[in-house]
Design a protein around this ligand. Structure first.
Ligand code: OSB
Ligand code: MG
Length: 367
């Protein structure tokens, strides 16, 4: 395929409620929606970098600069035989996995639409629905307990609580008092250090399935040390930025569960490599989320159909996060099960009028 145009569109979507984690509070999504056009067919991708680098070090202005001046012109300068090759063409530009992914995902979607198959087929995903859990931002304890109750009633397969030092033991005690047996996990988004072993040992007592990214956002070694001191399994999120980094984490025993976020690891081809590695080492994986709009959410759902994704992912109903999404198809789970959109590609289309309303900026780069 030959890519004729790349469109970079920034949209701002208000969250229904502010989302608070240990790295900050956000009240709206700034989504970078990338469209590629090839032979009259469009494909869509989403960038998950934030305006400022709070989760990892990428940010929207940096991503726009690279997409505009490096990745998009290079992409359009040569024929694409298969989307799996795209990111490898950009090795001369280091890092920046989220920016690369936003464009790579659009190419995958476009390619799948041209082949007239759902994206999951290109990934070897046979499932037509995927089990999902929900990630709950930090809120007062009583409100969190109510929210857990609501999500359990809705049938979500797992609940993840955001924690930080001082916002952990009391919260977990309150939730466990009401829900002693639910599948419960916590995500610290790097808020602890090995100096806080007392606290970490207390967290270890709540029968959690795993603890997600307790230590520094780029660390491997301290997590490997921590893993020997706790009974609860460790899952890495922030630290896993490529297939090589996943291999490193597994070799070091820094985690025994892998959270895959396509943007963080550098694209769908990277996800496929990580998938095969984890399957061969019998390491369970699940698909993380970044509060994506319907475009990124649909990609995540297709990704989670791959057989190595054995634990429930973060890709819950869009209506939990947004009063209105930018896609025409509603991505809603029933009983903790999310149907995979069945059309070609990612199976969702843009609600063009609403997209226009929420667009902050748009530019088109032509071949
Ligand atoms: O650490 O998993 C995380 C959202 C934004 C940034 C980081 C994370 C999250 C979530 C939300 O936990 C998951 C979702 O509902 O998409
Ligand atoms: Mg996380």
């Amino acid at each position: 395929m030959k890519i004729d145009e790349v469109e970079l569109r920034l949209v701002r979507l208000p969250y229904r409620a502010p989302f608070r984690t240990s790295f900050g509070e956000e009240s709206e999504k700034h989504a970078l929606i990338v469209t590629v056009r090839s032979d009259g067919v469009e494909g869509y991708g989403e960038g998950v970098m934030d305006p400022l680098p709070h989760y990892r070090e990428e940010c929207i202005p940096g991503a726009l600069h690279l997409l505009r001046n490096a990745f998009a012109p290079e992409l359009m300068s040569r024929v694409v035989d298969h989307p799996s090759e795209v990111v490898a063409r950009w090795v001369e530009w280091r890092g920046n996995p989220m920016a690369k992914t936003a464009l790579e995902l659009a190419v995958w979607d476009c390619y799948a639409r041209q082949q007239n198959v759902p994206l999951r087929k290109l990934l070897g995903g046979e499932r037509t629905d995927v089990p999902v859990g929900a990630s709950l931002g930090m809120n007062p304890i009583a409100q969190t307990v109510d929210s857990v109750a609501w999500h359990v009633e809705q049938g979500y397969k797992r609940v993840k609580l955001k924690i930080e030092p001082g916002w952990d033991v009391e919260l977990l005690a309150a939730v466990r008092a009401k829900f002693p047996d639910i599948e419960l996990t916590v995500d610290a988004n790097s808020a602890y250090t090995l100096e806080m072993m007392d606290l970490l040992h207390q967290i270890d007592e709540f029968g959690l399935h795993y603890i997600e990214q307790p230590l520094h956002w780029d660390d491997m070694l301290d997590h490997a040390t921590l893993a020997t001191k706790l009974r609860t399994e460790l899952c890495l999120d922030e630290s896993l930025t490529s297939p090589a980094r996943v291999r490193m984490a597994l070799d070091l025993k820094a985690c025994s569960v892998v959270n895959v976020k396509v943007g963080r690891v550098g694209g769908l081809q990277a996800v496929r490599e990580i998938h095969d590695l984890c399957v061969s080492r019998k390491v369970p994986m699940w698909c993380g989320g970044m509060l994506e709009s319907g475009i990124g959410r649909a990609h995540n759902i297709h990704i989670a159909t791959m057989p190595g994704f054995v634990f429930p992912g973060d890709t819950a109903s869009a209506s939990r996060t947004y009063a209105r999404d930018i896609t025409e198809q509603k991505l809603e789970a029933t009983n903790g099960v999310m149907p995979v959109p069945s059309g070609p590609g990612i199976g969702v289309t843009l609600d063009r009028d609403f997209v226009k309303e929420v667009t902050e900026s748009v530019e088109v780069i032509r071949r």
